[in-house]
Design a binder for this molecule. Structure first.
Ligand SMILES: N[C@@H](CCC(=O)N[C@@H](CS)C(=O)NCC(=O)O)C(=O)O
Length: 204
């Protein structure tokens, strides 16, 4: 298996899941600074120009964070990364979808890449501010669901590395304070060997 990633992107969540599973995998960095995601070599792998991308052992390519995380969990049932309990299972997917579709693609992209949202430079400060508001509102909603729990659905699951990359962006990219339950989750995640290994391999 091979994970295509760029350091500090949402691929960090998939990287942590691979570390949690503990089976051998390769890493291939895509150099976003030189816009390699738009070059022919990477387009041949993923014409969407996005990471994460997982190349599986049969050579096939899987894209989209939620699909990759779910596939990794379902093909490694011994790791219990996606609960079989239906309520916990859907709650894990609910959190992942909220993180990826809303906090990442709507909120964080406004903050980090305002030029992708508004062509006029004069609009960028307002777009960034709106993105930060949306991001912080989302973290507050997640914070309430974490009350009294160590992990998103009780047991550790693929939802936790997903919340982690969002929190990491909050801390490292936005330099914002996390609400208390999310902050405690972030600290618990930082203590896991999988998280430490992935951050180190990505150069952080
Ligand atoms: N819908 C995709 C989004 C992935 C995505 O937006 N990845 C970002 C990094 S966090 C990316 O590759 N951006 C490169 C670009 O837009 O040029 C998923 O869920 O995997």
């Amino acid at each position: 298996m091979k994970l295509y990633y760029a350091p500090g992107t949402c691929a960090l969540g998939i990287h942590i899941i691979l570390e949690e599973i503990g089976k051998p995998y390769e890493l291939e960095a895509v150099d976003f600074r030189s816009r390699a995601q738009y070059e022919a070599e990477f387009l041949a792998v993923n014409q969407k120009s996005k990471v994460p991308v997982l190349q599986r052992d049969d050579g096939s390519i899987l894209t989209e964070y939620q699909a990759i995380a779910t596939w990794l969990a379902l093909t490694n049932p011994q790791t219990n990364l996606l609960p079989t309990d239906i309520e916990k299972h859907v709650r894990a997917l609910e959190l992942i979808d909220y993180c990826v579709a809303s906090l990442h693609m709507q909120a964080f992209v406004r903050y980090w890449r305002p030029e992708n949202m508004a062509p006029s430079e004069s609009d960028h400060p307002a777009v960034k501010a709106r993105g930060k508001d949306m991001f912080l509102k989302g973290l507050k909603i997640i914070d309430a669901t974490l009350a009294g729990k160590d992990w998103v659905v009780g047991d550790f699951s693929i939802a936790d590395p997903t919340l982690f990359f969002i929190s990491w962006w909050g801390v490292e990219r936005m330099k914002t304070e996390l609400p208390p339950n999310v902050a405690a989750h972030y600290t618990r995640m930082l203590a896991r060997p999988s998280v430490q290994a992935a951050l180190k391999q990505q150069g952080f």
